[in-house]
Design a protein around this ligand. Structure first.
Ligand code: RIB
Ligand code: CA
Length: 312
């Protein structure tokens, strides 16, 4: 079977880094490119970090593109309090030698979707949705050509992680999220409701650290750094591996379960800005537009992740 073509849109971030590594370790996927967006840290750092991760995986040929440096209509909010000043705190890795592509990430998204066969490319946004929304606004013709969007973002039962009601990726650019959720592209959402069940426990960190080569120990150090935020706030057992849930879904969808429901994004209220209003109980009468995940086979997820990281 031919590998599935994907583009990862990202704001690395330690958990983004693990998602990129999982994709690079998986022959079922063909990574056409990595498009970077401002989010966890400013764009200059996310574009640097994505290349650091590719070089760590021994894949300097992967094309990395810089995209939007700020949200569609708001000031950028970043998350150094979670990911550290560099966005990849936890281990010191050298600046990348591989080049950043000259083309803007949004142009790469549009050109690739227009060139590749309709329905052959899946988008995997794991940061704020600014690049994706900008591409859809600038080239509405690409929407029916996208096979699907599998994104990390939003929350319902788990409520917010950056405000009482909003998850970070959606909160940073709610207007972008609103546009993407209304674009009519098949949407699979990995919200905090599921990613908060993918916790890197002590045993799982030890398993990463015991892997041969440089990748496992790096992932262990990254998760030991960014677990502080969730341990202090939620009393979690370890770091929630948010972003890798998207790639794991592409590899083994049976690890996840959820509902096909309507999900809308709040952009008008200051109090609940960026809230993903998931109609889990189907009371609104609004048409379903997304598969909203709620449960994960965490043991199966970590077994897949550990096995794949060992290949790098
Ligand atoms: O809320 C979690 C999300 O925000 C993850 O994608 C993490 O990397 C940050 O971007
Ligand atoms: Ca991210």
């Amino acid at each position: 079977m031919l590998p599935r073509k994907i583009i990862i849109d990202t704001d690395p971030g330690q958990d983004d880094a693990v998602a990129i590594l999982l994709a690079l370790a998986s022959p079922e996927l063909e990574l056409l490119g990595i498009t970077c967006v401002a989010g966890n840290v400013p764009l200059e750092l996310t574009a640097r970090n994505a290349r650091i991760v590719c070089e760590l995986a021994g894949r300097p040929e992967i094309r990395v593109f810089a995209g939007c440096a700020r949200p569609l209509a708001r000031k950028l909010v970043t998350a150094e309090h979670v990911h550290g000043k560099t966005g990849l705190d936890g281990i010191d890795l050298p600046d990348p030698e591989m080049p950043l592509q000259d083309q803007h990430a949004v142009d790469f998204l549009i050109d690739t979707l227009r060139r590749e066969a309709p329905g052959s490319v899946t988008l995997v946004p794991i940061g704020p949705l600014t690049n994706i929304a900008t591409a859809l606004q600038r080239a509405p013709d690409i929407a029916p050509r996208i096979a699907g969007i599998v994104l990390m973002g939003g929350a319902y039962f788990e409520v917010g992680n950056i405000t009482p009601t909003a998850e970070f990726n959606i909160y940073v650019d709610p207007e972008a999220a609103k546009h993407v959720f209304a674009a009519g592209v098949p949407l699979t959402i990995m919200p905090l409701d599921v990613t908060h069940k993918a916790l890197v426990t002590r045993a799982r960190v030890d398993a990463f650290r015991a892997l041969p080569g440089r990748v496992g120990p790096a992932v262990a150090s990254w998760t030991e750094f960014f677990e502080r935020f969730d341990k202090e706030k939620y009393g979690s057992e370890g770091a929630p591996l948010h972003d890798p849930c998207t790639i794991a879904f592409l590899l083994r969808p049976e690890l996840f379960s959820g509902r096909h429901i309507n999900v809308e994004i709040e952009t008008g209220s200051d109090l609940t800005l960026g809230m993903s209003v998931a109609d889990w109980w189907r009371v609104s009468g609004r048409a379903p537009n997304a598969t909203f995940m709620k449960d994960i086979d965490a043991e199966g997820f970590f077994a897949l992740l550990t096995e794949r990281l060992a290949r790098l």
